[in-house]
Design a protein around this ligand. Structure first.
Ligand SMILES: [Zn+2]
Length: 449
């Protein structure tokens, strides 16, 4: 007998807008409530089968905006329940939502009151412990290894005995800042992400060298390098590896051109990225061992002498005219808006410049358009309504992905002591889901896309 009913409200066949409704023992609970990007679609809240006021709990797997961005709208539409997540995600949640709301231009007063409400409604929990929710339903957060604070969430009901596990966004092993994903407990139903269900990433050891190589080559002609990056996650990972490239003797010898004249200047053109990096620095107890080791050794990860921050809009405008060689890290990661667009509008037509992608670009986003245009001889992209000829070099470093690839997803599922009764794939484009589904079925799993 089933005790969990599930309805996918967003992110079922795409990688943004994650939102799932679970009904059990008279409780309505939501797992994630994220914004969509590009051409991805989510069901409007008014069309949901339950009203926001009828939702008792909202669980958050992590603080990326495609998993939490609709919380202000949910509250505006009557949600009065509790928001449950891990301690680090609770720390990262408010700055993420504050920034997202500033883009939507609500009244400052309304935004402040919504943020206060979200703060009052939300609770942080430790990893790896089971907590009672209500009516014989228990939940636990486990380390998902995707970004700081990320979790996969396990729900268990006693009567009738049944369990469901949401993978959330599942990370990779061997990332320096974020611990490896925990092994999953056995469950009846597994809701599994499939972003890279059809891909294999470079290894972590090779990613730092790949970054060093691309940078050394790209900067040799005095051009600029643009790195579009999510303010939370990729920005800290890139800063961490840049710090290694500049400070570690091994890499200094391998890429001497990066440390000439005191080092290539790197500008973090993102006030949110800076704010989140500071929070990430304060959460060192949740870091992986490699980063903790550096700290013990007296090296502050994610920080070096020639790292600058463009805090104000004025500083950002000045930076646009600044000559290379220069590395600029700015959001948004998929180039759907934010300061990176100003840089690209000016810099994308200059063959001396380079763009390095370190994250996923969803369908219909300018980031994806740039990647596709790079495969054509005379590619054009539209940025902020302006048609630009793509002349800059375009590179994609898959080793920076925050998502497990097909092999890692398979390995993680196989760690379950017993096979789940069924697996439902979400959070992936149809082609990735199909490939992962056939690989899982080949290994004897019952799987549904
Ligand atoms: Zn994520």
């Amino acid at each position: 007998m089933k005790s969990f009913e599930m309805i996918h409200l967003g992110g079922e066949h795409c990688v943004t807008g994650s939102c799932h409704l679970v009904q059990t023992n008279g409780i309505n609970l939501l797992v994630d409530c994220g914004t969509t990007q590009g051409s991805d679609q989510a069901l409007p809240i008014d069309a949901w089968p339950v009203k926001p006021s009828q939702i008792d709990f909202l669980f958050l797997s992590h603080a990326h905006i495609d998993h939490v961005g609709r919380i202000p709208e949910l509250i505006r539409k009557g949600f009065k329940g509790e928001i449950l997540t891990t301690h680090p995600t609770k720390n990262l949640l408010l700055p993420m939502l504050e920034d997202a709301m500033a883009l939507g231009n609500p009244e400052e007063k309304e935004a402040a009151s919504l943020l206060r409400t979200i703060d009052e409604f939300s609770w942080g929990f430790e990893y790896g412990q089971a907590f009672n929710l209500r009516k014989g339903v228990r939940f636990s957060f486990y380390q998902a290894g995707h970004i700081l604070g990320s979790s996969f969430i396990f729900f268990e009901s006693e009567f009738p005995r049944n369990s469901i596990l949401f993978s959330g966004d599942l990370g990779c092993k061997h990332t320096p800042l974020v611990p490896n994903p925990d092994p999953p407990p056995s469950c009846d139903l597994l809701i599994l992400e499939s972003t890279y269900g059809d891909k294999t990433h470079e290894t972590r050891e090779r990613r730092i060298e790949a970054l060093g190589k691309v940078l050394a080559h790209a900067l040799s002609d005095g051009g600029k390098v643009f790195i579009p990056a999510f303010a939370l996650g990729r920005t800290q990972e890139v800063l961490y590896d840049l710090d290694r490239l500049f400070s570690d003797r091994f890499y200094q010898k391998q890429f001497p051109e990066l440390t000439v004249r005191g080092g290539i200047p790197v500008v973090l053109d993102s006030p949110l990225g800076m704010k989140l990096t500071k929070i990430a620095l304060s959460l060192s107890e949740y870091w992986d061992n490699e980063a903790k080791g550096l700290l013990d050794y007296g090296d502050k990860p994610m920080d070096f002498d020639h790292l600058y921050v463009a805090e104000s809009h004025k500083a950002h405008m000045r930076l646009l005219d600044h000559p290379g060689p220069l590395v600029v890290i700015a959001g948004s990661g998929m180039c759907t808006g934010g300061r990176i667009i100003d840089h690209l509008k000016i810099g994308i037509e200059d063959p001396k410049n380079d763009i390095i992608f370190v994250g996923y670009n969803a369908r219909g986003t300018p980031g994806r358009e740039i990647q596709e245009a790079a495969t054509q001889k005379k590619g054009y992209v539209t940025l902020d309504g302006k048609k630009c000829r793509l002349q800059a070099g375009v590179h994609t470093l898959s080793g920076y992905s925050a998502h497990a690839d097909q092999k890692e997803l398979m390995e993680w599922v196989k760690l379950m002591p017993d096979k789940p009764r069924s697996i439902k794939l979400v959070h992936g484009e149809p082609s990735a889901q199909k490939t992962l589904a056939s690989e899982l079925s080949r290994q004897g799993y019952k799987v549904e896309c």
